[in-house]
Design a binder for this molecule. Structure first.
Ligand code: MTE
Ligand code: MO
Length: 376
């Protein structure tokens, strides 16, 4: 069993798959805290968890524009470069896939709204490391690839890449991170080093990082080339050729989800109910508004958490929201409440999942709705 050395996990996680281990954060706990504690941070593994010997650990930096391959031990990274700590939300491209699957079956793990979490990550800037390696940009350089230490049965590592402009820009704050919420990064989340790419889909935030390769091409990894891409609802499956012609997901679209109360909870007519949730957008775009509407009433505006105030263009972490809604007095039956977030480019979530359906079930960012059962 290649998974026999996987770490033990907090029993409160909502497990979606055991081998490889995939689990989401319970929604009530998610809405409770701005920073997600390590034990309940969602886990998305494609392969068995590797257990590198940190005393022998070295990060390799190589490829186009780097005159000579450079290697760093963990201590060299920590001692050579200034460290930075930033709050960054990671969201899986498959977050909320379950809702898309209900509209019409998709391929992939059945995620609820908990494949998203926020931590304070400490590390060194990738831009500093590249500078130290005497990296020189030229017109044939397009991508920076990352390789993990987790390997598939054919001995190929998990990998991903990002456009080079994001990697070299210190303002994008791409981190080679060795701490998560002040502790060594736990085994499930990439010990001893992972890349954190603020504002970019979870899949590119490679864990157990072993190698950085600058290239004209995207990462050759299956997960860069033949997964984590979006297609028209007209496309029901895709050949490698069709995948090659599609664009890899990087920054994610604007998102929100109502986390509390649980859908299908029972409330009394006339109650004041507090709806709580999160909103987030890719690329550092901040959340400027969350609107909430019931099928019985007009739009109202939710309160955005003050904790989430972030610098312009650098809203790397989510914005929790809450709003009190009055359940009508003379009513019995189901009421449906929906949230939709707006980011600072005035992008807004689409109304329904049917029209954004895509066969791998990624990019599910329609309005988030819950039903409440009202009793008299
Ligand atoms: N990195 C490696 N090496 N192996 C993986 O399976 N999964 C990716 C990414 N980095 C993965 C990886 C995906 S799809 C996501 S959503 C995030 O890690 C999840 O990070 P987390 O498990 O720390 O929440
Ligand atoms: Mo993911």
């Amino acid at each position: 069993d290649p998974y026999k050395n996987d770490p033990s996990r907090f029993p409160g996680l909502v497990v979606r798959n055991k081998k490889p281990f995939n689990a989401e954060t319970p929604l009530t706990l998610l809405a409770d805290k701005y920073i997600t504690p390590n034990e309940i941070f969602f886990v998305r593994n494609h392969l068995p968890v590797p257990h590198p010997n940190v005393n022998e650990y070295k990060l390799q930096v190589t490829g186009r524009g780097i005159p000579e391959q450079v290697e760093f031990t963990l201590d060299q990274l920590k001692n050579t470069f200034e460290s930075k700590t930033i709050a960054v939300t990671l969201q899986c491209a498959g977050n909320r896939r379950g809702e898309m699957n209900k509209a019409k079956p998709v391929k992939g793990l059945e995620w609820g709204s908990g494949a998203i979490s926020t931590a304070e990550w400490t590390g060194v800037l990738l831009s500093d490391v590249l500078k130290h390696a005497n990296f020189r940009l030229d017109d044939n350089i397009n991508h920076v690839q990352f390789e993990g230490m987790d390997i598939d049965p054919e001995k190929k590592p998990y990998g991903a890449s990002i456009p080079v402009h994001r990697a070299i820009d210190p303002e994008k704050e791409v981190l080679l991170a060795y701490k998560m919420n002040g502790q060594d990064i736990p085994a499930d989340h990439g010990y001893p080093l992972r890349v954190i790419i603020p504002g970019v889909v979870g899949a590119r935030n490679v864990k157990w990082l072993s190698r950085i390769v600058v290239s004209d091409e995207e990462s050759p990894s299956f997960w860069q080339r033949y997964d984590y891409k979006g297609f028209s609802p007209a496309v029901e499956q895709a050949s490698n050729q069709v995948f090659d012609d599609a664009v890899a997901i990087q920054e994610l679209p604007v998102q929100s989800s109502i986390c509390e109360p649980k859908s299908e909870s029972t409330v009394n007519a006339g109650d004041l109910v507090t709806l709580k949730g999160y909103a987030w957008s890719g690329g550092g775009r901040s959340i400027i508004r969350v609107d909430v509407k019931s099928d019985q009433d007009e739009w109202i505006v939710a309160d955005l958490s003050k904790e989430a105030k972030q610098r312009p263009g650098k809203a790397w972490a989510w914005t929790p929201f809450e709003v009190g809604v009055e359940v009508p007095e003379d009513f019995e039956g189901k009421i449906r409440y929906c949230s939709r977030a707006v980011d600072d480019s005035y992008n807004v979530q689409p109304e329904n999942v049917e029209n954004i359906w895509t066969f791998r079930g990624v990019l599910a960012n329609a309005w988030s709705c819950i039903n409440l059962n009202v009793q008299k």
